[in-house]
Design a protein around this ligand. Structure first.
Ligand code: GLY
Length: 366
């Protein structure tokens, strides 16, 4: 039966990890849910999948950090409900190449200790005992055992097995007065009591009343997906440098990322982007030069003006936002899903979720 002839309690726009996780949690609460997805993978397809709330949040991004810590705490239970979500609990080494970077690492260590998060300061020889592939020139390293990683492609596949995903090109929302009554697709209307918009950067292209929008812009990130023909073992942990990160999948594959570029909707990988990533990581792990390139690609992170996502009720009845996750879409999937499930069930959100309230953007141009 065509999806347009059915009606749902909840329609979720966007079949990436955020949309799928929201659908899963809403379904667990008893709602009849459909996920509408165009079948063109979003930023998650490019993402490395670091679950690293502290090393990803910049100093001063305390609101984001709080959301990230909440989500990281929820990740093990979230994954326990899924088949083969690709979680790797092996920790992270953040490394410094020179004295400036070492000073910055000491500040990061101080910051983490202030939050009671475990962090170990390692001399170069100690770091190289853990990860022998590190360059002899490395000055200092922090071991963050609680910063893990997940394979976003496996995560999305696992989530897609537990919810109802239908192929549909969503063009906008159906609105009657001040209420959302469904989703407009290229093939017709899908009726729903409530609509969760989790379409990443594509929310900027949806047909919506101007007053109901949240401002999201694309921030390009280029990555290299690499493979070691000798198999796994070059590094075990995620390695983060000042400019680049290197995330092992555990099977001889690695993701090396990522650039941060304000280039609109451009998704073309460039020679300069590849050069920068390889230059920066090869100073930390020289062995990257031996790896084969499997994929070279770029994704568009959905960024809001304050880098905090928009999670919660929108300006129309029945509209719920789950977008603008910028650098943290994979990390924030579990907490976003729990918050959205609460909103769909008319429950008040906790105080720490207030900075993500989409209403803060009322009147802000995209
Ligand atoms: N979370 C890493 C990135 O956005 O590049």
């Amino acid at each position: 039966m065509a999806v347009q002839s059915e009606s749902f309690d909840v329609a979720v726009v966007g079949g990436g990890p955020i949309g799928l996780a929201c659908a899963w949690r809403a379904q667990e609460r008893g709602a009849r849910v459909v996920v509408l997805d165009a079948g063109e993978p979003g930023a998650w397809h490019v993402a490395a999948g670091m679950l690293a709330p502290v090393s990803e949040a910049e100093f001063g991004e305390g609101d984001l950090l709080q959301l990230g810590l909440e989500s990281a705490r929820r990740y093990p239970a979230f994954c326990a409900g899924l088949e083969d979500p690709g979680l790797r609990s092996v920790g992270t080494l953040v490394v410094a190449r020179d004295s400036d970077e070492a000073a910055a690492l000491d500040r990061l260590a101080e910051f983490r200790r202030g939050l009671d998060l475990p962090v170990s300061r390692l001399r170069p020889s100690q770091a190289r005992r853990l990860e022998p592939a590190l360059a002899p020139t490395v000055r200092l390293a922090l071991e963050i055992e609680s910063d893990h990683s997940i394979d976003p492609r496996k995560l999305v596949a696992a989530l897609a097995r537990v919810v109802d995903v239908r192929r549909a090109r969503v063009t906008g929302l159906r609105v009657a007065g001040e209420r959302v009554t469904g989703v407009l697709t290229a093939d017709g209307v899908v009726a729903a009591e409530q609509v969760v918009v989790a379409a990443g950067v594509d929310v900027a292209r949806l047909d919506l009343p101007e007053s109901a929008r949240v401002p999201v812009r694309p921030v390009k990130g280029q990555v290299l997906r690499l493979r070691d023909p000798r198999g796994p073992g070059l590094v075990e942990r995620t390695i983060r440098g000042e400019q680049a990160y290197f995330v092992p999948r555990g099977d001889g594959r690695y993701v090396l990322g990522a650039t941060m570029e304000e280039r609109g909707w451009d998704r073309m990988p460039t020679a300069g982007g590849v050069y920068e990533l390889l230059r920066d990581m090869s100073e930390v792990v020289p062995g990257v030069f031996e790896l084969e390139i499997e994929e070279l690609l770029a994704g568009l992170r959905p960024a809001t003006p304050d880098n905090v996502p928009a999670i919660g009720p929108g300006a129309l009845d029945g509209l719920v936002w789950a977008t603008g996750h910028f650098r943290n879409g994979i990390l924030l999937a579990p907490v976003t899903a729990d918050l959205v499930a609460s909103v769909l069930n008319d429950e008040a959100l906790p105080d720490w979720a207030a900075p993500a309230n989409p209403q803060r953007f009322a009147g802000v141009a995209a």
